[in-house]
Design a protein around this ligand. Structure first.
Ligand code: HEM
Length: 227
């Protein structure tokens, strides 16, 4: 029996792009209308931090979902999810730097010494930089699929550091960051339970494979679509 047709990948990407903009647009409207509550800076920091984390997790969930469903369109959406996670992390860090610290670098260092969870946030952000910088087709080509995949495993470390940042800053109820920690364990377990590739017809390693068209994060150029 023929499987039902999968939604077209470009439709999924368009839908994700529009959905990914919603939290930023809501914040922008809130800023204009004064609808961000008693502490608008805290609302901006919390919203952007949570969305960065959600989108980072969503990008990590693509690999197991792809394995379950076999739908390649999912893998093609991963880059967009990762870049949106980076976008919200930039807004998150900028909100802290501009609205909380007013570009007072010395004050920021003193704040980090007082609230070390900030250093974990900074590390999480620093780990996102090489991932974002190598997300273009050109960089995948330059690095080669294998090195690119290896580098992009940093996304798991980034998620771990971001969860620690969240766990560390929460004072009382750790339920939500605890759930993120559990979800990360599940994603890591799914990553480690990666099935061995099926042994198709033998292909000599000495014969170079014909270069495939490059689509970042897809099976075509990064192997199994795994990071
Ligand atoms: C540029 C580095 C970063 C800085 C300076 C920073 C700073 C902050 C600050 C000041 C808060 C609010 C703390 C409070 O409520 O007392 C916060 C919360 C949070 N941050 Fe970060 N952060 C950084 C990076 C990140 C990254 C990379 C992520 C996720 C990928 C992240 C996720 C979160 C989350 C989930 C919260 C909690 C939101 C809530 O209150 O519900 N942060 N961060």
């Amino acid at each position: 029996m023929t499987p039902p047709p999968s939604p077209r990948p470009h439709r999924l990407r368009t839908a994700l792009f529009l959905l990914g903009l919603i939290p930023a647009l809501r914040l922008a409207v809130g800023v204009r209308t004064g609808g961000l509550g008693a502490d608008p800076v805290a609302t901006i920091t919390a919203t952007t931090g949570l969305w960065s984390l959600n989108l980072l997790f969503a990008s990590l969930a693509i690999t197991p979902l792809h394995r379950l469903t076999g739908w390649h369109g999912l893998v093609r959406a991963r880059r967009m999810l990762g870049l949106f996670a980076f976008f919200y992390a930039c807004l998150h860090g900028a909100a802290y730097l501009v609205f909380e610290q007013f570009f007072d670098w010395a004050g920021m260092l003193a704040d980090i010494a007082k609230r070390p969870f900030l250093a974990a946030g900074g590390l999480g952000f620093a780990l996102m930089l090489p991932l974002a910088a190598t997300s273009t087709d050109g960089m995948v080509r330059r690095l080669g699929g294998r090195s690119w995949r290896r580098l992009h495993r940093l996304a798991y470390l980034c998620a771990l550091v971001a969860v620690l940042h969240y766990l560390w800053l929460v004072k009382r109820d750790i339920t939500l960051p605890g759930l993120y920690a559990l979800a990360l364990c599940a994603l890591l377990a799914a990553r480690m339970a990666r099935p061995r590739r099926s042994h198709g017809p033998a292909r000599s390693r000495s014969i170079p494979r014909k270069p495939a068209p490059l689509h970042i994060g897809t099976d075509e150029n990064t192997g199994q679509g795994d990071q």
